[in-house]
Design a binder for this molecule. Structure first.
Ligand SMILES: [Zn+2]
Length: 326
């Protein structure tokens, strides 16, 4: 009887349509080996945090089988010390994860000339190329700091062709959850021993992340007519290290499966040209809207809670407020 019931269930299951699980996301982590605080330079005093953050992130990526791409700043390796910095990155490579170039010192390229930007890209290779070579690989992706892809057409086009000549693909991203703002508040809370505040912040950060995942899924769908693979932008910081398991579970609950950045970018959406000349760093949904001439109002994007801005003494100057297109 039991056998027959099982057989019936198997037959029934094979006739039912597959569950809707065609959403995909590539997870990317910027400012490796460790982002540190935005208001002070990274030093060897941050080493223990850097190691802990990477241990937590890598454990969660293993547990959830996530093929992540991490973006490295050579200057951050130098600040932590070559030995420790390189060791952290080797752990990424040993786990089969990918590393990309994120410039040497994370400058705002709006303030640099084309020649200076090219120097930053080349200098950004000195730390990762030998490490990747040890693993029989080479960096394929470059991501601009703050996704500033060129504030003038000349700069935009010159760097795009420089990257292509050097064999780089541009790392895009479609979901931004302003994790650096929340982390800024989080680090201050940890420093003051404010455990209640830190807990509230972790909860609200995850709620905000959830609303941004949904916002960008619907923005992309409105612009393209379907949901392309998403690319999530995160930073190597203590807040993400604390909640990464929950954050990955959130994607799973929303029926996303994890794919690599290269598979995400093999979708046709990513061959749409990007000619959005702006001093800001819009997510690709806004850039696609510009190319496809679809009207979107950036002011509809959810904002992080005002108390987080107040806590860190910043005014809300987020780029999304400027991303109304066309
Ligand atoms: Zn960055």
């Amino acid at each position: 009887m039991h056998f027959l019931r099982c057989l019936a269930l198997v037959v029934l299951a094979s006739c039912l349509p597959l569950p809707a699980q065609n959403r995909t996301v590539a997870i990317t982590v910027d400012d490796l080996p460790y982002a540190g605080r935005t208001d002070r330079a990274l030093t060897t005093a941050d080493t223990a945090f850097a190691e802990e953050v990477n241990r937590n992130l890598l454990r969660a990526f293993r547990n959830h089988k996530v093929p992540v791409t991490g973006f490295v700043n050579g200057k951050r390796i130098d600040a932590l010390g070559q030995k420790i910095g390189s060791q952290i990155l080797r752990h990424w490579l040993v786990q089969g994860l990918d590393l990309g170039n994120h410039t040497y010192s994370h400058p705002d390229i709006n303030n640099l000339t084309v020649a200076q930007i090219e120097d930053e890209i080349v200098l950004g290779e000195t730390a990762i190329v030998p490490l990747m070579k040890e693993a029989g690989r080479k960096p394929q992706f470059f991501r601009f700091p703050m996704n500033h892809t060129g504030d003038t057409k000349e700069k935009h086009d010159a760097i795009a062709s420089f990257l292509a000549r050097h064999g780089y693909k541009l790392a895009t991203c479609t979901i931004d959850n302003s994790d650096y703002l929340f982390d800024d508040a989080y680090l201050r809370m940890l420093e003051h021993g404010d455990r209640v505040g830190a807990r509230k912040l972790r909860i609200e950060y995850l709620e905000y992340t959830s609303s941004e995942i949904d916002y960008y899924a619907s923005l992309n769908k409105r612009v393209l007519g379907y949901e392309p693979p998403q690319v999530m932008l995160l930073h190597a910081n203590r807040l993400n290290a604390a909640v990464i398991g929950e954050l990955l579970k959130m994607f799973e609950t929303k029926k996303y499966t994890f794919i690599s950045l290269s598979s995400a970018e093999s979708d046709k959406a990513y061959s749409i040209p990007d000619t959005f000349i702006t001093p800001y760093g819009p997510m690709w949904g806004y850039r696609w809207a510009k190319e496809m001439n679809v009207h979107v109002d950036g002011k509809l994007e959810p904002e992080p809670p005002q108390w987080v801005f107040d806590y860190i003494g910043r005014t809300n100057k987020r780029g999304s407020l400027h991303f109304t297109v066309p």
